[in-house]
Design a protein around this ligand. Structure first.
Ligand SMILES: *Cc1c(COP(=O)(O)O)cnc(C)c1O
Length: 364
């Protein structure tokens, strides 16, 4: 079986985790500091605040920016449920801007949704392809709203040479399937000192010092064991991303010219980190998307659908008045056509040729 994602773990991870175990210091220690500073260096952000997962990162970021009941947050309809859950958890209302060819929110659609209650834009850098941040930041500035980026899939990506996470507040995830992992884990980057302070307080029971509670908070802390993995994984990040990008180029070369198969593109000026290599299977293809997926699965190739429907279509959100049912025809079409193929860093060329051959045999 060729898996869709496999964590890359080795001697450095083992050594650092052992170091934590032998030190007896399992929380609030040097690994957290080391991990946070590594993420600051990679993103160029002034602050990095490690938390226990990406969903906590989103919740804490929205709260730190004062987003709450009565506010509207504009996000993507084609995303993981955590994005919507975070908006609802802080009591805000979710609006959905339709996506463009890059699977990210389209700035023109965002502008149409801007209104008196809009408090924040929450773009999702889907599959590791950064959203058009230049246009989105310009809109946010013009309408004076906050930007919180869901960068869970996009550590190391960049727009116009600027790393994702170096500008607005950005949320990353280190869940086991992400490009680098701490098992469970997350981090928020920001350049805003006050927001960073609020995030550190929220992460730690709302506490500023011993028994000095500034507000009701959470336990969103990351452990030293997780941070030790993070330190080792940050060391691997450049080579892991290079492998993903190479694998994406090879697959695209091998899959070119098949009717009804649209290959992923890296938009001009943006660096895509290929958390997923996602193709579209259109009506012109010999098989529909679900049939292609079943054929590949039967041949031992793990492939998956991210995501099968606009996030607001799931049953539990249908009657929630804080979940707007916006018109998103492009996201609906994408949900019917997308399929992610394996490209993780441990695959060799033979495996990638096998994946491409199986797709070609199914569609040609
Ligand atoms: C993984 C992911 C999250 C949530 O991260 P967790 O660490 O699993 O809580 C949020 N948004 C997107 C787009 C993701 O892919």
């Amino acid at each position: 079986m060729i898996s869709l994602s496999v964590p890359v773990l080795g001697e450095h991870e083992e050594a650092l985790v052992l170091e934590v175990l032998r030190s007896g210091r399992l929380v609030r220690g040097p690994m957290i500091d080391g991990f946070e500073s590594a993420v600051r260096r990679t993103t160029g952000a002034r602050h990095a605040i490690a938390v226990n997962n990406g969903t906590s990162a989103l919740i804490a970021s929205l709260l730190a920016h004062g987003v709450g009941p009565g506010d509207e947050v504009i996000t993507s309809p084609l995303t993981f449920v955590a994005t919507l859950n975070a908006i609802l958890f802080v009591g805000a209302r979710a609006r959905f801007a339709d996506i463009g060819d890059d699977f990210n929110i389209d700035p023109r659609r965002v502008e149409e949704l801007m209104g008196p209650r809009t408090r924040a834009l929450l773009p999702v850098h889907l599959y590791g392809c950064p959203a058009p941040m230049e246009q989105l930041s310009a809109i946010a500035e013009e309408y004076e709203v906050t930007v919180v980026e869901d960068a869970a899939q996009a550590l190391g990506a960049a727009v116009a040479g600027r790393p994702v996470g170096g500008a607005a507040t950005a949320c990353f995830s280190f869940y086991a399937t992400k490009n680098i992992t701490t098992g469970e884990g997350g981090i928020v980057t920001t350049n805003d000192d006050a927001v960073a302070d609020e995030l550190r307080v929220l992460r730690d029971q709302g506490q500023r010092g011993p028994y000095d509670y500034a507000r009701p908070g959470f336990n969103f802390r990351m452990t030293e064991l997780e941070a030790a993995l993070g330190v080792a994984q940050m060391g691997r990040l450049p080579s892991l991303l290079a492998a993903r990008r190479d694998h994406a180029s090879l697959l695209s070369a091998l899959l070119a010219g098949i009717d009804g198969l649209v290959l992923p593109r890296e938009p001009d000026g943006r660096c895509h980190v290929f958390h997923q290599y996602t193709v579209r299977v259109t009506a012109d293809a010999r098989l529909d998307r679900d049939a292609l997926c079943a054929t590949l699965q039967a041949r031992g190739i793990d492939c998956r659908i991210y995501y099968p429907a606009p996030v607001f279509e799931h049953e539990c959100f249908r009657t929630d008045r804080r979940v707007s049912r916006d018109d998103v025809p492009n996201a609906r079409r994408a949900a019917d056509e997308v399929l992610s193929l394996p490209i993780h860093p441990l695959l060799d060329d033979a495996a990638l040729h096998h994946v491409a051959r199986c797709v070609r045999e199914a569609l040609c």
